[in-house]
Design a protein around this ligand. Structure first.
Ligand code: SUG
Length: 446
């Protein structure tokens, strides 16, 4: 069956800020408290989408979530008007307000895990929203993500949106820890679930602990009906990579089609992992291409600093693949040298595009973090329930809303400003009209 990949990018929300909330994420920690520019952040993201569309690719958008999330604060006992709730939460704990005001839903690689219909037992596309239980500010995303995905992937004959993994102990960070190898998008592939630890592991004295629990990966692979025919592999993330700041596997590995590009420290028992993947691909009748950077070519620290592996690899309509990288990769000499080596091999990757995503990068979010990949057949694409797939006119409309409604500077204390909430809700309503999503936010349902 022929199929294409649609990237659903997260539109950066009006409260994009540097709260320093993310454990194991060195960029977010380094930029804590800096003044952000939400307008520039959203425009950088939209510009990335336009770049991919101009390459002939199909592009989707997932909207920002309502922030500050007033209804979460109400659940904690804060009362009065929305302005009273925000003010009281800020007074009680600025860090609490920063958590409920985070625009982290922009990183849609963490929104869900998605299995194409070619891989699943019942021939439908399966989606599991990530519970993101390792962090409070991210766990708040799961409910709205489920609403949004259910609105877009609404046809039950083609799609199934599962509930998030129910037990918070089993942390699930979605597609950021999920790769897929396949001869082409539309053929049955091998889905690789990369976990950081078992939920039951005793604390080990490591610098950072893995966010993805093995048990969560297993639950997702099982509910997506992948095991029959060896369609899923569980692989452990390298602890050295986690300790170096690869809080998600997509900081050190990325796949597309039959290509897996990775750092040699990405997987805990690298040789076994690579051999196992090779055998699984052989059994499906195709040969994988492994593009590996060894520690001598590029250290883990350089991989994390440059976000080389947080690139997108995309299949071009005319054949061949392209790399979409952040400027930081171009500015890190040995990362750039690796890209040049890959391009010089005359392998499947033929082009490299370096983009400015600095606002998101300062929070540890590169090109691959900003998108959720969904492989769809022609009939599945036609069956999407909402106008979440964008064209140039919709990108222009979204940009206009961003220019009109977003601030160009936001300090942490500004999160307590009740007019920020009003501005954000107006922008979210306007995005909803462009994307045709209906009432997916709490404030739209009251
Ligand atoms: O979960 N940063 C996100 C970045 C997520 C990147 N996604 C992928 N690698 N796929 C995180 O660490 C920072 C927010 C703050 O600190 O204010 C944050 O949540």
């Amino acid at each position: 069956m022929s199929a294409i990949e649609v990237n659903f990018d997260g539109l950066v929300g009006p409260t994009h800020n540097y709260g320093g909330l993310a454990q194991g994420n060195l960029a977010a920690a380094a930029n804590e408290g800096k003044v952000s520019n939400p307008r520039e952040a959203a425009l950088q993201g939209l510009s990335k989408m336009r770049t991919l569309m101009r390459m002939g690719l199909t592009q989707g958008v997932l909207p920002p979530h309502e922030r500050p999330h007033v209804s979460s604060l109400r659940k904690m006992g804060f009362g009065g008007s929305d302005a009273d709730v925000i003010h009281a939460a800020f007074k009680a704990s600025p860090v609490l307000l920063a958590n409920v005001a985070s625009a982290s839903a922009m990183w849609t690689a963490n929104a869900a895990t998605v299995s194409p219909s070619a891989d699943t037992g019942d021939g439908r596309v399966h989606l599991t929203p990530a519970n993101l239980s390792s962090h409070f500010h991210r766990a708040l995303e799961a409910e709205t993500t489920a609403q949004v995905l259910s609105a877009i992937f609404a046809d039950p004959a083609k799609f199934v949106v599962h509930p998030a993994v129910p037990f918070g102990t089993f942390g699930d960070e979605g597609a950021a820890n999920h790769c897929r190898l396949a001869a082409t998008h539309g053929e049955r592939g091998v889905e690789i679930f990369v976990y950081g630890r078992s939920a039951f592991a005793k604390s080990s004295g490591d610098r950072f602990s893995g966010r993805q629990a093995m048990e969560a990966s297993h639950i997702v692979a099982t509910q997506h009906q992948l095991w029959t025919g060896g369609g899923a592999a569980l692989v452990q993330q390298g602890q050295a990579a986690i300790d170096a700041g690869a809080f998600h596997n997509d900081v050190v590995a990325v796949s597309n089609g039959n290509v897996l590009m990775f750092h040699s420290g990405a997987f805990q028992q690298k040789s076994n992992a690579v051999e196992g993947l090779k055998r699984a691909c052989d059994a499906k009748g195709f040969e994988p291409v492994f593009l590996e950077a060894g520690e001598d070519e590029l250290t883990l620290d350089e991989a994390v600093k440059s976000y080389l592996f947080n690139s997108q690899i995309v299949s071009l309509p005319a054949g061949g693949m392209a790399l979409i990288l952040p400027h930081e990769a171009e500015e890190t000499p040995r990362a750039k040298a690796f890209v040049d080596r890959v391009l010089a091999t005359n392998g499947p990757i033929r082009e490299a595009h370096y983009l400015d995503l600095r606002q998101s990068m300062r929070n540890g979010g590169g090109p691959a973090c900003l998108r959720l990949r969904v492989v769809l057949t022609e009939s599945e694409l036609a069956g999407l329930g909402a106008r979440a797939v964008v064209d140039e006119a919709r990108i222009v409309a979204l940009e206009e809303i961003v220019r009109r409604r977003y601030r160009d500077r936001l300090a942490l204390a500004d999160l307590a400003d009740p007019t920020l909430l009003a501005e954000s809700r107006t922008a979210l309503d306007e995005f909803g009209q462009v994307l045709g999503l209906g009432a997916v936010h709490d404030f739209q349902r009251v």
